[in-house]
Design a protein around this ligand. Structure first.
Ligand code: NAD
Length: 442
């Protein structure tokens, strides 16, 4: 119940009262093209796939501090008091359930509102009981769990993460390699509930919980909401690669002053975030395939906690690139963003799409939701897809597939030659002949 979740929930409650536009949400605002371009079929995504209505959403949460959602939103200071006033009653009614806490995984906060249990397994059962109580109290049909908690220190992968049996054993003997986010994830997944992870910690991204999700029919996705700087990175890097422009260096720095920034001031939590932010360039640029262009670039990411800035984060990127005949050029990006304003619509879309996935019988890793994440969870033997545009296409094509519509490859060949349907592969172009080269040279 911090900045992201309070901003998300306040926005939905405002929308329910007709007081705000859910800008940034694909589920609410984006249209999806169906069929051929001349058919002009472009319904809103929410009219195309059967999503839950915002009016039907009910919220609950856990936190290490007892502040209700209104107090949390006021402290986060993302939306202003006058914006929160019309939904104050609704937000005050959302009181946090006691958290699963472990200070070994979170250095900069001192929890005061947490569960007591003999073992981690007991704590997981208490979270399950909380969910059941929430379900009864609110009368909801379905439940989705989203981790919007602080970034935990990243535990190393350990044998306890490798199978369901080892994990459950570990819960029962309080294995130190199981952080709180994994306990929440286990509670949700063991009951077949959808689980999404907005932070960079491993959480459900270990074989034990992936296997459990497949077994219980729980859709899962993560990790780390793709908001400010990484959103920019995964937009600009694909352009460099598409145009075969070389990269010499990419220096990224951020200042932010919210509680997330305070947590990230701890080197352990920062390393978790750094790992999440660093991986994107290599997977987009494929240095192994293009060693001349991307084999030796410098990549540096910094985050500095600077309280006066609050949630209004500022990110700078200095990108050194090279073009034709190795001539150097620079790109500078200065993004004065608002972190939680960018994260809130992601939380909404994930809640609705995860609920859709569950009803569509999709279980385990939902790679089609990579669009929303800095470190998209995918099968262990695959590389994650980071390119925002491929991720977007993947998401929309999955929706088309789910609804029995044609998947679009955007080749467009069939508009000019009906024999070449989109699904028919074009024959390989003829190789250049010496004669043609000679003509061109003359
Ligand atoms: N703000 C963004 O735009 C953004 C973008 C990408 C990722 N994230 C990630 O999302 C997460 C939330 O971000 P935020 O800005 O809302 O942070 P925040 O600090 O405002 O809120 C996090 C909340 O989680 C609580 N918490 C920590 N451990 C907990 C536990 N074990 N159980 C229950 N509650 C716990 C904290 O007390 C805090 O209230 C962070 O991990 C952050 O790195 C945020």
């Amino acid at each position: 119940m911090g900045a992201v979740s309070s901003t998300f929930i306040a926005g939905v409650e405002l929308f329910k009262k007709g007081l705000g536009l859910p800008i940034g949400s694909l589920t609410q605002l984006q249209r999806i093209r169906l069929g051929k371009r001349y058919e002009s079929r472009n319904p809103l995504i929410k009219d195309f796939v059967p999503l839950a209505n915002l009016g039907d959403l009910v919220f609950g949460g856990w936190d290490l501090f007892p502040d209700n959602m209104y107090e949390a939103a006021m402290k986060a200071g993302v939306l202003e008091a006058h914006q929160l006033a019309p939904v104050r009653r609704e937000l005050e009614a959302i009181k946090p359930m006691p958290a699963v806490a472990d200070t070994a995984y979170l250095k900069n906060l001192k929890p005061v509102h947490f569960k007591k249990g003999r073992t981690k397994f007991d704590l997981a059962q208490q979270v399950v009981a909380d969910i059941e109580e929430f379900r009864k109290r609110t009368g909801v049909d379905r439940v989705v769990m989203l981790w919007c908690g602080s970034t935990e220190i990243l535990p190393d992968r350990a044998p306890v993460h490798e199978s369901i049996e080892a994990f459950e054993e570990g819960l029962k003997r309080n294995d130190p390699m199981i952080p709180p986010s994994m306990i929440y994830a286990y509670a949700a997944i063991s009951r077949g509930l959808a689980y999404g992870n907005g932070a960079p910690n491993l959480s459900a991204d270990v074989p034990a919980l992936v296997e459990l999700a497949e077994r219980t029919g729980a859709p899962i996705c993560g990790k780390d909401f793709k908001t400010g700087q990484t959103l920019m990175k995964t937009t600009v890097a694909p352009m460099l690669k598409a145009r075969m422009l070389a990269l010499t260096g990419w220096y990224s720095t951020n200042i932010l002053g919210n509680r997330d920034g305070e947590v990230l001031d701890d080197p352990g939590s920062f390393r978790t975030k750094e790992k999440s932010k660093m991986s994107v360039l290599d997977t987009i640029l494929n240095p192994e395939l293009y060693p001349d262009l991307y084999g030796h670039y410098h990549h540096k990411v910094r985050i500095d906690y600077y309280p006066p800035r609050g949630d209004a984060k500022e990110g700078w990127d200095n990108i050194d690139i090279r073009g034709w005949m190795n001539m150097p050029m620079q790109i500078k990006i200065n993004f004065l963003c608002r972190d939680s304003i960018l994260a809130a619509p992601i939380a909404l879309d994930l809640a609705l799409f995860l609920d859709l996935a569950k009803r569509a019988g999709l279980s385990g890793i939902q790679e089609w939701l990579s669009f929303y994440f800095k470190s998209p969870q995918c099968r262990e033997d695959l590389k994650p897809e980071h390119d925002l545009f491929i991720q977007h296409l993947k998401l929309k094509n999955t929706l088309r597939l789910l609804m029995g519509e044609e998947v679009l490859d955007h080749s467009g060949l069939d508009y000019y030659d009906p024999e070449r349907g989109a699904a028919v592969a074009a024959p390989a172009p003829k190789p250049h002949t010496r004669k043609k080269k000679a003509v061109a040279a003359r």
